[in-house]
Design a protein around this ligand. Structure first.
Ligand code: ADP
Ligand code: ADP
Length: 216
């Protein structure tokens, strides 16, 4: 299984990824999570990425592609992988193709989550993430057992800085201009699967396992 999850911010990619990676025993490669980790570890790349993230802009392609290239050099990706939030523009899609070509690998599917802006805004405004392990919750749709506290490691749940409304609007604009064209790129390659992201977490999970099951 070599899967890509695409879709606007807040569409539910990370949430669906959590279940799929357990089901298929493959690593979850979220470029957003990698950037946040690099920042937490006070690395130079993390500090540069943070500036772009907080403005709601894409981190430059040379940095992002290099991070992915490095991640793909780990041995765990031999059993497959799930990309979440990468590629986010046509240049990244082409860079990924080159990396996969070099390894002699092909993609299984590119899954696109569709969701209208009003659903996205509600999801992002209610999104809370664990400060330490990054687990994602929602104030009404996916509540932790104890409000404000992570179920897994008791970390504090925070509202990401870039999830504030004015930054989200900027991210949505960038999505439309830069990321949406990637959908056509994978449609032309016959890899595109579109999922109605407005369905419940369970419905999306079942749909995805069914369509991916047919691909193996
Ligand atoms: P979301 O899941 O809400 O879309 P992510 O965690 O995927 O958020 O991304 C957060 C931010 O990290 C993005 O707004 C962007 O600044 C940066 N980022 C993540 N992935 C990429 C990427 N592939 N290319 C450039 N920037 C990225
Ligand atoms: P993305 O990775 O695409 O940015 P997330 O998976 O982080 O999106 O989900 C955004 C917010 O919406 C989170 O708070 C999450 O708990 C919630 N959420 C995710 N999927 C669904 C769904 N199918 N129905 C309702 N809420 C959802």
């Amino acid at each position: 299984m070599r899967i890509i999850l695409m879709g606007p911010p807040g569409a539910g990619k990370g949430t669906a990824a959590e279940s799929l990676i357990k089901h298929y025993h493959i690593p979850h490669i979220s470029t957003g999570n990698i950037f946040r980790e690099l920042y937490k570890d006070r690395t130079k790349v993390g500090k540069i990425a943070k500036e772009y993230i907080e403005r709601g802009e894409l981190v430059p392609d040379d940095i992002t592609n290099e991070i992915v290239r490095h991640r793909l050099s780990h041995s765990d990706v031999k059993k497959g992988f799930l990309f979440d939030g990468y590629p986010r523009n046509l240049e990244q899609a082409e860079a990924l193709d080159k990396m996969l070509n070099d390894m002699g690998w092909t993609l299984t599917a590119a899954i696109n989550f569709s969701a209208p802006d009003e659903v996205i805004i509600k999801r992002i405004s209610g999104r809370r993430v664990c400060e330490t392990c990054g687990t994602v919750y929602h104030v009404t749709n996916k509540k932790p057992k104890v409000p404000g506290v992570c179920d897994h490691d008791q970390g504090r749940l925070i509202h990401r800085n870039d999830d504030m409304e004015h930054t989200v609007r900027r991210r949505l604009k960038i999505y439309l201009n830069h990321t949406e064209p990637v959908i056509g790129y994978y449609r032309e390659k016959g890899l595109l699967i579109t999922v109605d992201g407005t369905q419940s977490i369970e419905e999306i999970d079942q749909t995805l396992k069914k369509v991916l099951g047919e691909k193996t």
